[in-house]
Design a protein around this ligand. Structure first.
Ligand SMILES: [Zn+2]
Length: 602
C-alpha cells in the first residue's frame, strides 16, 4: 500500500520559495526518471510562485508539450512496461510499484500475465516504446485488470502520432496523481460527482443494460428511475424544493438568503440533460447537473446562503433519440414546446401524449406551457458540459470557456448525371454524378478550413444502384455546415451552394438540395462569459476560449435569457456519444471549484 497519501510531504509554499535545485529535488519522482521537466518548470515560476497545484501541473505539462520529439520519446521510454520484466524483477521505482500494485497487476492470473506479455511485445514492435497507461485511472483508485487489457488492445491499433500524444497525456495523469499523493490532496468534490455519474449509469434501457451499455431514452423505466434518483440526491444535498415537472425535468431550488422582502431576488438558472444517446457515455449532460448539485451540497454543508437563489434543472430530453422532436425539456422552459409534438409517435408507435400519461405526467399542453419561465425572475442560464471534442485534451487544459454555440444548416441533396458504360464512354463525354459530389466535398473541406471556427461535413454519400462498370448516374449526399456566428454560417452556405451550382453547370449535371435544419448561433453573453473566465482564473488556470460545435440546452435557454457555458475536458481523445467517454476526478474538482468561484462573485 502507498504511504505517500497518508500525510502531505510537500506544500505549494515550499515549492514557491525553493531554489532551483531544491525545487527539482522536491518534485523528484513526479515524472519518471525525468528531472529536466521540473527544472524547466522552475523557469516558469513567476515572482509570486505557482498560484495553485493546478497551475503547477499545467506548467509541467506545457514543458513536455514544448519539448523536442526525442525528449518526449525519452520520457515515454523512461517508463516500465505494465506487468513487465521490471515488475517481475521488483526493480520498479517506488511510485511505479505502488501504481502497478494498486491496479492488481502483481496478482495477474497466468492467462492475464501471458496476454499482457504478448501485448507488450506487439506494442513495442509497432511503436518502439512501452505502452503507458495511468493505471490508477480517472477516479485515482485503480483500473481493473480487464480495463487495462482492453485499453491496451484498443490503443495497439492507433496511429503512432496519436498514440504518442496519448502516452504523454497518461504520463501527465500519472504525475497528477503522484503530486496529489505528495501534497495530500484528495479531490473530494470531483470524486462525489464522479461517483454520482457512475451510480446513475446503473439505470439503462432493456437491450442495452444486459450488455453493460448506457441508454436512457425519454420516459422509459430507466429514465424515470434516473429522475427519481436525481431528485433523491438533490434532497440529500440540501435543496429547499425538489420536484419533477410536466415534461419530466428534475428541478431543485436552493433559496437565496431571506432579505425581508416579499419579492424573491432573481435566481441563477443552470443544469443540463440526463437522457443519453444509444450506448452513450456517463457524463454527457449529466456532468452539468452534478456539478451545481455538488456546489449546493457544499453551500449547505457550510451553512451558507447566497444573495440569489440557484435553480438546478436535470433536463429530461435533449438528444432527440426517441421522438423526432428534440430539446423537449428545455423547450418547455422557454415556451417553445410545439403542441404538435404531443401527437408524434416513436418507432414502436407510442404517442408522446400517451407516454407522458403512462409515466404519471399530465400530458396536456396547458401543463407544459405552464413551465415557461419568466426571464425577469432569472439572472441568466449557465451550463457545464463535457467538451465532446479533442481540443482541451490536446492543449492539456482541464477547462475551456465557450464563446458561442455554433449555428448550423443541414441539407440532403442529389446530383443527377447519366449512368453509362464505364468501358465505352470516353472520359470527356461523361456526366458522372459522384465525381461532381466528390468535387463539392473537397471544396467544402477547403472553404471551411480556410477560416477559423467554421466547419463543413458531407457525412452521407451514396450512389443508388451503383455498379462497378457503370458511371454513377445519381449521387446522394448530406451537408452539415456550422459556424460560431450566423453571418459566418451564411457566408459559408452561400459559397458552398454557389460552388455546387458551378460544378454542376460545368459538368452538365443537375442537382437538388433540400434544407432539413437551420439553427441560429447562440453567442455567449459577454458578462456571463467573463464570469466564467474570472472563475477559471481564480484556479490559476489559463483562460481558453472556444466555440461549441455541438448543440446544448443552453441554445434553447438562449432564446429567453443570457447564457454562457463552461467545458470540461474529456479523456480518450475527447470521445463522446460513446462508452469510452471519460472524465477525471481532478478535472471535475476544478470544474466544481470554478462553479463555486462564479457563485461567490455573484
Ligand atoms: Zn449533451
Amino acid at each position: 500500500m502507498s504511504t505517500a497519501s497518508l500525510a502531505p510531504s510537500l506544500s505549494l509554499d515550499q515549492l514557491n520559495v525553493a531554489d532551483e535545485d531544491a525545487f527539482v529535488a522536491l518534485l523528484d519522482g513526479i515524472y519518471e526518471h525525468s528531472p529536466w521537466i521540473a527544472r524547466r518548470a522552475f523557469a516558469l515560476r513567476s515572482a509570486g510562485g505557482f498560484a495553485s497545484l493546478a497551475a503547477l501541473k499545467h506548467a509541467m505539462a506545457g514543458v513536455v508539450r514544448e519539448a523536442a520529439l526525442d525528449e518526449q520519446l525519452g520520457l515515454i521510454r523512461a517508463h516500465p512496461e505494465l506487468a513487465g520484466k521490471a515488475m517481475v524483477a521488483k526493480s520498479l521505482t517506488a511510485e511505479s510499484t505502488n501504481e502497478q500494485n494498486k491496479a492488481g497487476l502483481t496478482n495477474c492470473t497466468p492467462d492475464e500475465f501471458a496476454r499482457l506479455q504478448q501485448l507488450n511485445a506487439d506494442y513495442n514492435t509497432r511503436f518502439g516504446w512501452p505502452f503507458i497507461l495511468a493505471v490508477r485511472g480517472p477516479r485515482g483508485d485503480g483500473l481493473s485488470r480487464q480495463q487495462i487489457i482492453d485499453t491496451f488492445a484498443r490503443r495497439l491499433n492507433g496511429h503512432p502520432d496519436i498514440e504518442r500524444a496519448e502516452c504523454l497525456r497518461n504520463i501527465h495523469r500519472i504525475a497528477e496523481i503522484r503530486l496529489n499523493d505528495k501534497f495530500g490532496v484528495v479531490p473530494t468534490l470531483g470524486n462525489q460527482v464522479w461517483d454520482w455519474a457512475e451510480s446513475l449509469a446503473r439505470f439503462s434501457d432493456p437491450g442495452f443494460a444486459e450488455n453493460s451499455q448506457l441508454t436512457v431514452l425519454y420516459l422509459t423505466e430507466a429514465h424515470r428511475a434516473a429522475a427519481a434518483q436525481l431528485a433523491d440526491w438533490m434532497r440529500e444535498c440540501g435543496f429547499d424544493e425538489v420536484g419533477i415537472d410536466a415534461v419530466g425535468n428534475v428541478v431543485g431550488v436552493y433559496h437565496g438568503e431571506a432579505n425581508g422582502q416579499t419579492e424573491e431576488p432573481p435566481r441563477l438558472l443552470t443544469g443540463s440533460h440526463y437522457d443519453t444517446v444509444r450506448n452513450g457515455g456517463k457524463y454527457d449532460g449529466r456532468l452539468g447537473i452534478f456539478v451545481p448539485m455538488a456546489c449546493v451540497r457544499e453551500l449547505k454543508r457550510q451553512g451558507r446562503r447566497l444573495k440569489h437563489g440557484i435553480e438546478v434543472i436535470g433536463f429530461s430530453e435533449e438528444e432527440g433519440q426517441r421522438y423526432k422532436a428534440t430539446f423537449l425539456g428545455s423547450s418547455a422552459l422557454v415556451g417553445r414546446f410545439d403542441p404538435a409534438w404531443l401527437d408524434q409517435a416513436d418507432a414502436d408507435g407510442v404517442v408522446l401524449r400517451d407516454l407522458m400519461r403512462d409515466a404519471g405526467l399530465p400530458g396536456t399542453i396547458e401543463a407544459i406551457q405552464a413551465l415557461q419561465r419568466d426571464p425577469a425572475r432569472y439572472l441568466g442560464f449557465i451550463e457545464v458540459h463535457i467538451e465532446q471534442g479533442p481540443v482541451l485534451n490536446e492543449l492539456d487544459l482541464p477547462l475551456g470557456i465557450v464563446t458561442s454555440i455554433n449555428g448550423s444548416l443541414r441539407y440532403v441533396g442529389e446530383v443527377r448525371g447519366l449512368a453509362s458504360h464505364a468501358g465505352t464512354t470516353p472520359m470527356n463525354r461523361r456526366r458522372d454524378a459522384a465525381a461532381a459530389v466528390a468535387e463539392l466535398i473537397l471544396y467544402v473541406e477547403e472553404r471551411a478550413g480556410a477560416v477559423p471556427e467554421v466547419v463543413g461535413t458531407v457525412g452521407q454519400l451514396q450512389v443508388p444502384n451503383g455498379s462497378i462498370n457503370v458511371i454513377p448516374g445519381r449521387c446522394r449526399f448530406s451537408l452539415d455546415l456550422r459556424a460560431t456566428t450566423d453571418a459566418a454560417r451564411d457566408a459559408l452556405d452561400a459559397d458552398v451552394r454557389a460552388r455546387l451550382a458551378e460544378i454542376c453547370e460545368r459538368r452538365g449535371v443537375s442537382f437538388t438540395l433540400e434544407r432539413t435544419e437551420a439553427a441560429a448561433a447562440a453567442p455567449s453573453d459577454a458578462a456571463w462569459q467573463s464570469r466564467w473566465e474570472a472563475a477559471v482564473e481564480t484556479l490559476g488556470l489559463p483562460v481558453h476560449r472556444m466555440p461549441s460545435g455541438a448543440g446544448h440546452d443552453a441554445m434553447k435557454l438562449h432564446q429567453a435569457m443570457p447564457q454562457a457555458m463552461l467545458f470540461q475536458r474529456g479523456l480518450n481523445l475527447g470521445i463522446s456519444h460513446n462508452p469510452l467517454e471519460a472524465i477525471s476526478n481532478d478535472d471535475t474538482e476544478l470544474c466544481v471549484q470554478a462553479f463555486l468561484a462564479l457563485l461567490d462573485r455573484l
